[in-house]
Design a protein around this ligand. Structure first.
Ligand code: NAD
Length: 359
């Protein structure tokens, strides 16, 4: 059975960076007989321009029938005046909820060649490789009741609700433990169990699920301490699992430890490891069309796809090693350029990875 990948290039630099990722993946597909087939569809502003909606039914159907989705990025100033319901970003939220992608994986990896890009001291961050698993479809971003109302005394009151059911915690726990099994087998669950009852339940369920994974070492940490530890000694972590809002904040801290937004991939998975893979950055309208964007985050997203959806670990490792080799060869796109390096275009970087693969 062919493995189907829906390719959604999106807006801004999306088409430029996705083209490089497909170039790399197509080579490996032939070289290793991976059996992958690709089909393109529109999303975001490009879909709005063609169909009047950021997530056309045919795009959603393609994604539902695919084994994995590769996304570039969506959005840009052209579509900012639009009503919220048809904004490009709605296309993304639509796919996440329609495909039930509740487990968001955001690795923060610092390549030794880019150690100077971080604002932290080299000895604190060099060799950093942390995976943050964020619950993506529950918690305070979705909980009811929510809103702002006027109380009886005439004062305005705002309310949001942090709510997790046992089954929601259980499924993200399984997802995180399985990821830890594929890495260094250390999982830190981050909560605020000393203050919030909802995360007291989170901690209990994490501990219960942990009994199914005796090979993984589980620890617990309060979120305030976790934020501090991430900038104090980030290398103590292997995999972190946490709630939607805590994960939102901690994953941005972790991303910045590496100092280079153009390098970081991400994955959002469902219960069967079907997933959407995308760089963490946006559509970068300020550099779109110039051929200067860094395609490595998208290329590394494809490596995550091979590892987590298709269980093709050897192919994933080949891509990661090729990225390392390209960086060793001193080629740099503008965002990670420093003196003494060779500045290359988006396709120049894609070619450097491809040549390393062919190596
Ligand atoms: P952005 O991530 O697009 O850009 C931030 C800065 O980083 C810009 O200076 C940009 O040039 C640079 N940058 C980003 N990716 C880069 C790359 N691969 N190579 C080199 N430089 C890169 O964030 P923004 O400017 O806040 O948002 C721009 C648009 O993207 C907005 O419409 C926003 O809504 C959208 N957005 C989309 C996603 C997504 O599709 N997942 C995520 C975030 C933002």
């Amino acid at each position: 059975m062919p493995k189907k990948i829906a390719v959604l290039a999106g807006d801004g630099i999306g088409p430029e960076i996705v083209a490089e990722a497909i170039k790399v993946l197509s080579f490996l597909n032939n070289d290793m007989n991976l059996g992958l087939v690709f089909e393109n569809a529109l999303i975001g502003g490009a879909a709005y321009d063609a169909f009047g909606t950021p997530l056309p039914q045919q795009t959603l159907n393609l994604c539902k029938n695919a084994d994995a989705v590769l996304l570039g990025a969506v959005g840009g100033p052209k579509w900012e005046p639009l009503a919220h319901a048809v904004r490009p970003e709605r296309g993304l939220l639509g796919i996440r909820s329609e495909l039930n992608l509740f487990s968001n994986l955001r690795p923060a990896i610092l390549y030794p060649q880019l150690v100077d890009a971080s604002t932290l001291k080299p000895e604190v961050v060099s060799g950093l490789d942390v995976m943050i698993v964020r619950e993506l479809t529950g918690g305070i971003y979705f909980g009811q009741p929510r809103g702002v109302h006027v109380a009886e005394n005439g004062e305005r009151v705002g309310i949001n609700t942090k709510i997790y059911s046992e089954s929601e915690i259980r499924r993200i726990a399984h997802s995180a433990f399985k990821i830890a099994q594929k890495r260094h087998k250390k999982l830190c669950s981050v909560d605020k169990a000393n203050v919030l009852e909802v995360t007291e339940l989170w901690r209990q369920v994490m501990t219960e699920v942990g009994r199914d994974y005796p090979d993984v070492e589980l620890s617990h940490m309060y979120v305030d301490n976790a934020a501090m530890q991430l900038v104090r000694a980030p290398k103590q972590f292997d995999v972190i699992v946490t709630t939607n809002m805590f994960g939102d904040i901690l994953s941005d801290i972790a991303a910045m430890l590496t100092g280079s937004i153009g390098m970081l991939p991400s994955a959002s998975l469902d219960a069967n490891a079907k997933g959407m893979y995308e760089p963490i950055h946006g559509s970068a309208p300020d550099i779109a069309g110039q051929g200067t964007a860094n395609p490595l985050a998208t290329i590394l997203s494809v490596a995550m796809m091979l590892r987590y959806t298709f269980n093709e670990t050897a192919a994933a490792e080949r891509i990661e090693q090729a990225v390392n080799a390209a960086l060793d060869g001193k080629v740099r796109t503008a965002d990670i350029y420093s003196e003494g390096m060779t500045k290359v275009s988006t396709s120049g970087m894609g070619d450097a990875v491809l040549n390393a693969l062919k190596g």
